[in-house]
Design a protein. Structure first.
Length: 361
């Protein structure tokens, strides 16, 4: 009996393989795709999404925002910095430099509704929004360092979503490779630079998409069955570079290095810590606490949004939700109102002459 079941299962598997091969050949002939072409169709699609009009491959930082884009509500200038309006301008020199991820960049809001744009309107001082969505704290600090001699800022603001601390422990993220650091003898050691370009391999896409992506028949069927999100998602396999929990120490050493470069030039350094909409159902994340503590301990001014947002969350759920734009996936960014709250806290910090202490909205 068992032998018969095994035989039947084997026959079914062979039949399915033959059917898939015939289907694969037929579709390739119909679509004009080479029969012997060895292409990962899912990998190509992910790469096109990541390295499309809005982003480009960067051998030092992994990916950057494309300069000089002009769309309704979304405009970039030189060096890929996001502009505060549709009016183009030269890169401001001697201004405030903001480096961060999508929370700084202003994802899901228009140019004028990002917190750097709001901060510029409040203070009357130009703000260079040099943020790039998806970055870790390593890329954020490296970008700030790269822009020091270009923008010659009076103030540098590094804005971390607390998840960025964990991203520092990864060598691939958001459909692309990235630089990463290890710590040797209490010193940072940079790896993965030049950053390898994305090639759609199994270790980049994950086992399922990395293997099935080579079949045009499966790629074709998935697209017609409503799996476009699965096909094109840039949230590819996350490959860890360092053990979990090392992101805090790496981030602190990066902040120390940035401060050592800023201080001799008379540049004021401020670190901001932000959180997502779903973070307030539990206590403040330990990685955020650790980085805030070490930053303050080395004399870096800090702005922590946790306490005020937690108070709003406990007091007024409707008001709290209005501070975020929540996507279908559950991921969130700050709304225009949320960004105004962040900008207000940073403006208060800028007006203060006391350093090394935490400020909140």
């Amino acid at each position: 009996m068992l032998r018969r079941l095994s035989l039947n299962a084997a026959l079914i598997a062979i039949s399915l393989c033959i059917t898939l091969i015939i289907w694969e050949i037929g579709l390739r002939l119909h679509e004009g795709i080479p029969l012997l072409g060895f292409t990962n169709f899912i990998g190509d699609r992910v790469n096109a999404a990541k390295q499309g009009a809005s982003f480009f491959y960067d051998e030092r930082l992994g990916w950057q925002v494309t300069p000089n884009q002009h769309w309704p509500g979304f405009n970039t200038g030189a060096y890929g910095v996001r502009l505060p309006s549709s009016t183009d301008r030269a890169l401001p020199i001697g201004a405030i430099l903001a480096s961060g991820d999508s929370f700084t960049f202003g994802s899901d809001v228009s140019d004028a509704e990002s917190w750097p744009a709001d901060l510029e309107a409040r203070t009357g001082t130009p703000v260079v929004n040099a943020a790039v969505p998806g970055w870790g704290t390593d890329q954020i600090v490296m970008r700030a360092e790269d822009m020091i001699d270009i923008a010659r800022p009076q103030t540098i603001i590094v804005d971390f979503l607390w998840y960025d601390i964990g991203r520092t422990e990864e060598e691939t993220n958001f459909g692309a490779h990235k630089p990463y650091y290890t710590i040797e003898d209490n010193e940072l050691v940079l790896h993965n630079v030049p950053v390898p370009p994305f090639e759609g391999r199994v270790r980049e896409l994950g086992l399922v998409r990395g293997v099935l992506g080579y079949s045009y028949a499966i790629y074709w069927a998935a697209g017609r069955l409503g799996f476009d999100g699965w096909l094109g998602s840039v949230n590819t396999q996350l490959n860890r570079a360092t053990p979990g929990g090392t992101g805090q120490r790496i981030t602190c050493l990066l902040l120390k290095r940035l401060k050592e470069r800023a201080d001799p030039r008379g540049i004021r350094l401020i670190m901001v810590m932000q959180y997502g909409v779903g973070d307030f159902v539990r206590s403040q994340p330990k990685p955020a606490i650790d980085v805030i503590s070490c930053a303050a301990g080395m004399g870096v001014e800090t702005v922590d949004t946790w306490t005020s947002l937690a108070e709003i969350y406990a007091r007024d759920q409707a008001l709290f939700r209005s501070l975020f734009i929540v996507q279908e996936t559950g991921w969130s960014h700050m709304s225009a109102d949320g960004n105004r709250l962040v900008a207000s806290a940073i403006a208060d910090r800028l007006q203060s002459t006391q350093t090394g202490t935490a400020s909140r909205p």
